[in-house]
Design a protein around this ligand. Structure first.
Ligand code: ADP
Ligand code: MG
Length: 369
Protein backbone atom coordinates (compact mmCIF):
# COMPACT_ATOMS: atom_id res chain seq x y z
CA UNK A 1 0.00 0.00 0.00
CA UNK A 2 1.36 3.40 -0.84
CA UNK A 3 2.50 5.38 2.16
CA UNK A 4 0.22 8.40 2.55
CA UNK A 5 3.12 10.40 3.92
CA UNK A 6 5.25 9.64 0.90
CA UNK A 7 5.20 12.25 -1.82
CA UNK A 8 5.39 11.50 -5.51
CA UNK A 9 9.16 11.74 -5.46
CA UNK A 10 9.48 8.81 -3.06
CA UNK A 11 10.33 11.11 -0.17
CA UNK A 12 8.92 10.48 3.26
CA UNK A 13 8.04 13.42 5.47
CA UNK A 14 6.56 11.87 8.60
CA UNK A 15 9.25 11.61 11.18
CA UNK A 16 9.10 10.42 14.76
CA UNK A 17 12.13 12.22 16.11
CA UNK A 18 11.26 15.34 18.11
CA UNK A 19 12.76 18.38 16.46
CA UNK A 20 14.25 20.47 19.25
CA UNK A 21 14.16 24.22 19.02
CA UNK A 22 16.10 25.02 22.16
CA UNK A 23 19.62 26.18 21.35
CA UNK A 24 21.88 23.39 20.15
CA UNK A 25 24.81 25.13 21.83
CA UNK A 26 23.12 24.85 25.25
CA UNK A 27 23.43 21.11 25.03
CA UNK A 28 26.49 20.61 22.85
CA UNK A 29 29.92 22.13 22.63
CA UNK A 30 31.27 22.39 19.13
CA UNK A 31 34.85 21.22 19.00
CA UNK A 32 35.57 23.44 16.05
CA UNK A 33 37.01 20.63 14.02
CA UNK A 34 35.22 20.16 10.75
CA UNK A 35 34.71 16.51 9.97
CA UNK A 36 33.65 17.13 6.42
CA UNK A 37 31.36 19.05 4.14
CA UNK A 38 29.21 18.52 1.12
CA UNK A 39 27.08 20.66 -1.14
CA UNK A 40 24.61 21.89 1.46
CA UNK A 41 26.02 20.60 4.71
CA UNK A 42 28.88 21.10 7.12
CA UNK A 43 29.66 18.37 9.64
CA UNK A 44 31.44 19.23 12.88
CA UNK A 45 32.56 17.28 15.89
CA UNK A 46 30.70 18.15 19.09
CA UNK A 47 30.45 16.95 22.67
CA UNK A 48 27.16 16.45 24.45
CA UNK A 49 27.52 18.47 27.65
CA UNK A 50 25.35 16.16 29.74
CA UNK A 51 27.17 12.96 28.86
CA UNK A 52 30.59 14.02 27.59
CA UNK A 53 29.95 11.86 24.51
CA UNK A 54 31.32 12.87 21.14
CA UNK A 55 28.97 13.18 18.18
CA UNK A 56 28.97 14.55 14.66
CA UNK A 57 26.66 17.53 14.06
CA UNK A 58 25.48 17.81 10.46
CA UNK A 59 24.28 21.37 9.73
CA UNK A 60 21.89 21.32 6.79
CA UNK A 61 20.73 24.58 5.22
CA UNK A 62 16.97 24.69 4.86
CA UNK A 63 17.05 27.10 1.90
CA UNK A 64 19.08 26.08 -1.09
CA UNK A 65 19.22 28.14 -4.26
CA UNK A 66 16.26 30.15 -2.99
CA UNK A 67 14.11 27.07 -2.43
CA UNK A 68 12.76 25.65 0.80
CA UNK A 69 14.34 22.20 1.19
CA UNK A 70 12.96 21.32 4.62
CA UNK A 71 11.07 18.35 3.18
CA UNK A 72 14.27 16.91 1.72
CA UNK A 73 15.83 17.07 5.17
CA UNK A 74 12.81 15.43 6.77
CA UNK A 75 13.17 12.65 4.21
CA UNK A 76 16.82 12.18 5.25
CA UNK A 77 15.73 12.00 8.88
CA UNK A 78 12.93 9.53 8.08
CA UNK A 79 15.34 7.22 6.26
CA UNK A 80 17.82 7.36 9.16
CA UNK A 81 14.98 6.52 11.54
CA UNK A 82 13.88 3.57 9.46
CA UNK A 83 17.46 2.26 9.45
CA UNK A 84 17.94 2.54 13.18
CA UNK A 85 18.59 -1.17 13.64
CA UNK A 86 20.84 -1.39 10.61
CA UNK A 87 24.28 -1.86 12.20
CA UNK A 88 26.06 -0.27 9.26
CA UNK A 89 24.02 2.91 8.99
CA UNK A 90 25.13 5.89 11.07
CA UNK A 91 22.93 6.34 14.14
CA UNK A 92 20.78 9.45 14.52
CA UNK A 93 20.86 10.77 18.08
CA UNK A 94 18.90 14.05 18.01
CA UNK A 95 17.59 16.75 15.68
CA UNK A 96 17.65 20.54 16.26
CA UNK A 97 16.18 23.33 14.15
CA UNK A 98 17.22 26.97 13.84
CA UNK A 99 15.95 29.68 11.52
CA UNK A 100 18.37 28.68 8.84
CA UNK A 101 19.42 25.10 9.53
CA UNK A 102 18.39 21.68 10.66
CA UNK A 103 21.09 19.97 12.69
CA UNK A 104 21.34 16.21 12.74
CA UNK A 105 23.26 14.96 15.76
CA UNK A 106 24.81 11.74 14.51
CA UNK A 107 27.03 9.01 15.84
CA UNK A 108 30.59 10.16 15.18
CA UNK A 109 32.42 7.91 12.75
CA UNK A 110 35.86 8.82 14.01
CA UNK A 111 37.80 6.91 11.35
CA UNK A 112 36.72 9.26 8.59
CA UNK A 113 35.95 8.47 4.96
CA UNK A 114 37.16 5.21 3.40
CA UNK A 115 38.16 7.55 0.58
CA UNK A 116 41.30 8.52 2.54
CA UNK A 117 42.53 4.95 2.65
CA UNK A 118 41.51 4.26 -0.94
CA UNK A 119 43.99 6.87 -2.14
CA UNK A 120 46.61 6.29 0.58
CA UNK A 121 50.16 5.09 0.00
CA UNK A 122 50.92 1.39 0.13
CA UNK A 123 51.41 0.80 3.85
CA UNK A 124 48.19 2.62 4.74
CA UNK A 125 46.12 1.35 1.84
CA UNK A 126 43.55 -1.42 2.32
CA UNK A 127 44.65 -5.01 1.84
CA UNK A 128 42.31 -7.28 -0.09
CA UNK A 129 41.41 -8.96 3.20
CA UNK A 130 40.34 -5.54 4.57
CA UNK A 131 38.31 -4.87 1.44
CA UNK A 132 36.56 -8.23 1.74
CA UNK A 133 35.49 -7.45 5.30
CA UNK A 134 34.43 -3.86 4.49
CA UNK A 135 32.60 -4.87 1.31
CA UNK A 136 30.66 -7.48 3.21
CA UNK A 137 29.65 -4.84 5.76
CA UNK A 138 28.62 -2.39 3.02
CA UNK A 139 26.58 -5.12 1.33
CA UNK A 140 24.96 -6.20 4.57
CA UNK A 141 23.96 -2.60 5.30
CA UNK A 142 22.74 -1.99 1.75
CA UNK A 143 20.85 -5.31 1.61
CA UNK A 144 19.03 -4.25 4.76
CA UNK A 145 18.15 -0.86 3.19
CA UNK A 146 16.98 -2.51 -0.02
CA UNK A 147 14.87 -5.00 1.88
CA UNK A 148 13.16 -2.02 3.44
CA UNK A 149 12.67 -0.52 -0.03
CA UNK A 150 15.17 2.25 0.49
CA UNK A 151 17.66 3.10 -2.22
CA UNK A 152 20.64 5.26 -1.18
CA UNK A 153 21.55 6.72 -4.61
CA UNK A 154 24.83 8.32 -3.49
CA UNK A 155 27.11 5.47 -2.46
CA UNK A 156 30.71 6.59 -2.87
CA UNK A 157 33.91 6.51 -0.76
CA UNK A 158 33.08 9.93 0.78
CA UNK A 159 29.80 8.57 2.13
CA UNK A 160 31.21 5.36 3.61
CA UNK A 161 32.90 6.14 6.91
CA UNK A 162 34.85 4.11 9.43
CA UNK A 163 34.31 3.86 13.17
CA UNK A 164 38.11 3.89 13.50
CA UNK A 165 40.97 4.17 11.00
CA UNK A 166 43.70 2.40 13.01
CA UNK A 167 42.99 -0.28 13.88
CA UNK A 168 40.63 -0.54 10.96
CA UNK A 169 37.09 -0.41 12.37
CA UNK A 170 33.69 -1.03 10.89
CA UNK A 171 31.86 0.88 8.21
CA UNK A 172 29.03 3.35 8.64
CA UNK A 173 26.94 4.44 5.69
CA UNK A 174 26.11 8.17 5.81
CA UNK A 175 24.41 10.86 3.70
CA UNK A 176 20.86 9.82 2.97
CA UNK A 177 20.16 13.18 1.32
CA UNK A 178 19.33 11.54 -2.02
CA UNK A 179 17.69 8.40 -0.66
CA UNK A 180 14.27 7.40 -1.81
CA UNK A 181 11.60 4.92 -0.82
CA UNK A 182 10.87 2.46 -3.60
CA UNK A 183 7.56 1.10 -2.30
CA UNK A 184 5.78 2.11 -5.44
CA UNK A 185 6.73 3.42 -8.80
CA UNK A 186 7.58 7.03 -8.21
CA UNK A 187 9.23 9.80 -10.07
CA UNK A 188 12.49 11.38 -9.00
CA UNK A 189 13.24 14.69 -10.62
CA UNK A 190 16.65 15.59 -9.40
CA UNK A 191 19.80 13.62 -8.90
CA UNK A 192 22.84 15.11 -7.32
CA UNK A 193 25.71 12.77 -7.74
CA UNK A 194 29.39 12.61 -8.30
CA UNK A 195 30.13 11.98 -11.97
CA UNK A 196 32.48 9.04 -11.36
CA UNK A 197 29.97 7.00 -9.36
CA UNK A 198 26.70 7.48 -11.22
CA UNK A 199 25.19 4.50 -12.99
CA UNK A 200 24.51 4.52 -16.75
CA UNK A 201 20.74 4.63 -16.17
CA UNK A 202 21.16 7.97 -14.38
CA UNK A 203 22.97 9.42 -17.38
CA UNK A 204 20.37 7.97 -19.73
CA UNK A 205 17.36 9.14 -17.69
CA UNK A 206 16.22 5.56 -17.39
CA UNK A 207 14.42 4.05 -14.39
CA UNK A 208 16.26 3.98 -11.07
CA UNK A 209 16.11 0.94 -8.81
CA UNK A 210 18.09 -0.76 -6.09
CA UNK A 211 20.34 -1.92 -8.94
CA UNK A 212 21.51 1.70 -9.23
CA UNK A 213 23.14 1.31 -5.79
CA UNK A 214 24.69 -1.97 -6.89
CA UNK A 215 26.52 -0.24 -9.74
CA UNK A 216 27.98 2.21 -7.20
CA UNK A 217 29.09 -0.69 -5.01
CA UNK A 218 30.93 -2.09 -8.04
CA UNK A 219 32.71 1.25 -8.48
CA UNK A 220 33.44 1.46 -4.74
CA UNK A 221 34.96 -2.01 -4.65
CA UNK A 222 37.11 -1.21 -7.68
CA UNK A 223 38.39 1.95 -5.98
CA UNK A 224 39.08 0.19 -2.68
CA UNK A 225 41.08 -2.56 -4.38
CA UNK A 226 43.04 -0.53 -6.90
CA UNK A 227 43.05 3.05 -5.62
CA UNK A 228 41.85 4.04 -9.09
CA UNK A 229 38.47 5.35 -10.11
CA UNK A 230 37.39 3.07 -12.99
CA UNK A 231 35.50 5.60 -15.10
CA UNK A 232 37.34 8.81 -14.30
CA UNK A 233 38.33 10.60 -17.49
CA UNK A 234 40.18 13.84 -18.14
CA UNK A 235 36.89 15.65 -18.50
CA UNK A 236 33.35 15.09 -17.30
CA UNK A 237 32.30 14.22 -20.82
CA UNK A 238 34.99 11.55 -21.00
CA UNK A 239 33.88 10.17 -17.63
CA UNK A 240 30.28 9.97 -18.87
CA UNK A 241 31.37 8.28 -22.06
CA UNK A 242 33.40 5.73 -20.06
CA UNK A 243 30.36 5.00 -17.88
CA UNK A 244 27.98 4.82 -20.77
CA UNK A 245 30.27 2.41 -22.65
CA UNK A 246 31.22 0.56 -19.44
CA UNK A 247 34.80 1.16 -20.37
CA UNK A 248 36.60 -0.55 -17.47
CA UNK A 249 40.23 -1.58 -17.19
CA UNK A 250 40.32 -5.13 -15.77
CA UNK A 251 43.94 -5.67 -16.79
CA UNK A 252 46.49 -7.37 -14.56
CA UNK A 253 48.28 -4.05 -14.34
CA UNK A 254 45.26 -2.42 -12.76
CA UNK A 255 44.64 -5.38 -10.45
CA UNK A 256 48.20 -6.23 -9.49
CA UNK A 257 48.21 -8.50 -6.44
CA UNK A 258 44.42 -8.75 -6.39
CA UNK A 259 42.63 -12.11 -6.73
CA UNK A 260 40.71 -13.00 -9.87
CA UNK A 261 37.65 -13.65 -7.68
CA UNK A 262 37.67 -9.98 -6.72
CA UNK A 263 37.68 -8.99 -10.37
CA UNK A 264 34.89 -11.47 -11.06
CA UNK A 265 32.89 -9.92 -8.21
CA UNK A 266 33.20 -6.42 -9.67
CA UNK A 267 32.18 -7.75 -13.09
CA UNK A 268 28.85 -8.93 -11.66
CA UNK A 269 28.08 -5.30 -10.76
CA UNK A 270 29.51 -3.09 -13.50
CA UNK A 271 26.94 -4.22 -16.05
CA UNK A 272 25.07 -1.66 -18.10
CA UNK A 273 21.76 -3.52 -17.86
CA UNK A 274 20.51 -3.03 -14.27
CA UNK A 275 18.50 -6.27 -14.49
CA UNK A 276 21.68 -8.25 -14.98
CA UNK A 277 23.51 -6.81 -11.98
CA UNK A 278 23.80 -8.93 -8.84
CA UNK A 279 21.62 -7.90 -5.93
CA UNK A 280 23.14 -7.16 -2.50
CA UNK A 281 22.00 -10.56 -1.20
CA UNK A 282 23.47 -12.32 -4.24
CA UNK A 283 26.75 -10.47 -3.75
CA UNK A 284 26.96 -11.69 -0.17
CA UNK A 285 26.99 -15.23 -1.53
CA UNK A 286 29.76 -14.55 -4.03
CA UNK A 287 32.79 -16.82 -3.51
CA UNK A 288 35.07 -13.77 -3.17
CA UNK A 289 33.35 -12.89 0.09
CA UNK A 290 33.11 -16.49 1.27
CA UNK A 291 36.51 -17.87 0.43
CA UNK A 292 38.70 -20.10 2.62
CA UNK A 293 41.06 -17.25 3.36
CA UNK A 294 38.28 -15.21 4.81
CA UNK A 295 38.29 -15.45 8.61
CA UNK A 296 35.06 -13.52 9.08
CA UNK A 297 31.79 -15.32 9.67
CA UNK A 298 29.21 -14.65 7.01
CA UNK A 299 26.71 -12.22 8.46
CA UNK A 300 23.65 -12.91 6.39
CA UNK A 301 21.81 -9.73 5.56
CA UNK A 302 18.48 -11.49 5.86
CA UNK A 303 19.22 -12.29 9.50
CA UNK A 304 19.12 -8.61 10.31
CA UNK A 305 15.97 -6.97 11.55
CA UNK A 306 13.85 -4.82 9.28
CA UNK A 307 12.13 -1.54 10.10
CA UNK A 308 11.73 -0.54 13.71
CA UNK A 309 10.17 2.17 15.76
CA UNK A 310 12.23 5.32 15.79
CA UNK A 311 13.28 6.83 19.06
CA UNK A 312 11.91 10.14 20.17
CA UNK A 313 14.35 12.89 20.51
CA UNK A 314 14.68 16.18 21.48
CA UNK A 315 16.75 21.61 19.21
CA UNK A 316 19.79 25.51 17.43
CA UNK A 317 23.14 26.46 16.30
CA UNK A 318 25.48 28.47 14.25
CA UNK A 319 24.33 28.81 10.71
CA UNK A 320 26.95 27.66 8.28
CA UNK A 321 27.59 28.48 4.67
CA UNK A 322 29.16 25.49 3.05
CA UNK A 323 31.37 26.21 0.10
CA UNK A 324 30.07 25.01 -3.24
CA UNK A 325 31.28 21.50 -3.94
CA UNK A 326 32.40 20.16 -7.28
CA UNK A 327 29.50 17.75 -7.37
CA UNK A 328 27.31 17.24 -10.34
CA UNK A 329 23.66 18.01 -10.43
CA UNK A 330 21.44 16.27 -12.87
CA UNK A 331 17.96 17.62 -13.33
CA UNK A 332 15.71 15.19 -15.00
CA UNK A 333 12.83 12.86 -14.68
CA UNK A 334 13.37 9.39 -13.35
CA UNK A 335 11.01 6.59 -12.59
CA UNK A 336 11.89 4.51 -9.57
CA UNK A 337 11.10 0.82 -9.56
CA UNK A 338 10.19 -1.10 -6.44
CA UNK A 339 12.03 -4.29 -7.37
CA UNK A 340 15.43 -4.74 -8.90
CA UNK A 341 14.94 -6.64 -12.12
CA UNK A 342 11.43 -5.32 -12.60
CA UNK A 343 12.31 -2.26 -14.56
CA UNK A 344 9.93 -0.60 -16.92
CA UNK A 345 10.62 2.56 -18.78
CA UNK A 346 8.38 5.24 -17.40
CA UNK A 347 6.20 7.71 -19.17
CA UNK A 348 8.49 10.59 -18.46
CA UNK A 349 11.79 8.84 -18.69
CA UNK A 350 14.12 9.88 -21.44
CA UNK A 351 16.21 7.22 -23.02
CA UNK A 352 18.90 7.45 -25.61
CA UNK A 353 20.24 3.93 -25.59
CA UNK A 354 21.75 3.94 -29.02
CA UNK A 355 24.11 6.85 -28.70
CA UNK A 356 26.81 7.61 -26.21
CA UNK A 357 25.90 10.30 -23.76
CA UNK A 358 28.21 13.13 -24.76
CA UNK A 359 26.82 13.38 -28.26
CA UNK A 360 23.41 14.47 -26.95
CA UNK A 361 23.44 18.21 -26.45
CA UNK A 362 19.93 18.17 -25.01
CA UNK A 363 21.16 16.06 -22.09
CA UNK A 364 24.29 18.07 -21.61
CA UNK A 365 22.14 21.09 -21.02
CA UNK A 366 20.54 19.32 -18.10
CA UNK A 367 23.81 18.79 -16.30
CA UNK A 368 24.51 21.66 -14.00
CA UNK A 369 27.85 21.57 -12.27
P1 ADP B 1 26.50 15.95 2.18
O1 ADP B 1 25.09 15.55 2.01
O2 ADP B 1 26.65 17.43 2.19
O3 ADP B 1 27.47 15.25 1.26
P2 ADP B 1 27.43 14.16 4.28
O4 ADP B 1 26.42 13.55 5.18
O5 ADP B 1 28.00 13.27 3.22
O6 ADP B 1 26.84 15.51 3.67
O7 ADP B 1 28.62 14.73 5.15
C1 ADP B 1 29.71 15.40 4.54
C2 ADP B 1 31.01 14.78 5.05
O8 ADP B 1 31.08 14.97 6.48
C3 ADP B 1 31.15 13.28 4.84
O9 ADP B 1 31.67 12.97 3.56
C4 ADP B 1 32.12 12.91 5.96
O10 ADP B 1 33.46 13.25 5.61
C5 ADP B 1 31.69 13.84 7.09
N1 ADP B 1 30.71 13.18 7.98
C6 ADP B 1 29.38 13.05 7.75
N2 ADP B 1 28.77 12.39 8.75
C7 ADP B 1 29.73 12.06 9.63
C8 ADP B 1 29.74 11.33 10.87
N3 ADP B 1 28.63 10.84 11.38
N4 ADP B 1 30.92 11.16 11.51
C9 ADP B 1 32.07 11.68 10.99
N5 ADP B 1 32.13 12.37 9.83
C10 ADP B 1 30.98 12.57 9.15
MG1 MG C 1 28.07 13.24 1.17
Amino acid sequence: MPDPMMNKNGMVSNIHTRIRTDPFTSNYELLGRELGRGKFAVVKKCVEKATGKEHAAKFLRKRRKGEDCRLDILNEIAVLESAKVNPYVVALHEVYETNSDIILVLECAAGGEIFNQCVADNDEAFTEKDVIRLTRQILTGVACLHRNNVVHLDLKPQNILLTSATPLGDIRIVDFGLSRRMDSVTEVREILGTPEYVAPEILNYEPISTATDMWSIGVLTYVMLTGESPFLGDSKQETFLNISQVNVDYSQDAFEGVSSLAVDFIKTLLLKNPRKRATAEECLNHPWLNGPTDPYPHLLASSLPSLDEPETSLSESEPESPAPSPELEIMGSYITCPVQGDLKTGRNAFSFPSEPFPTRPEIQQELIC
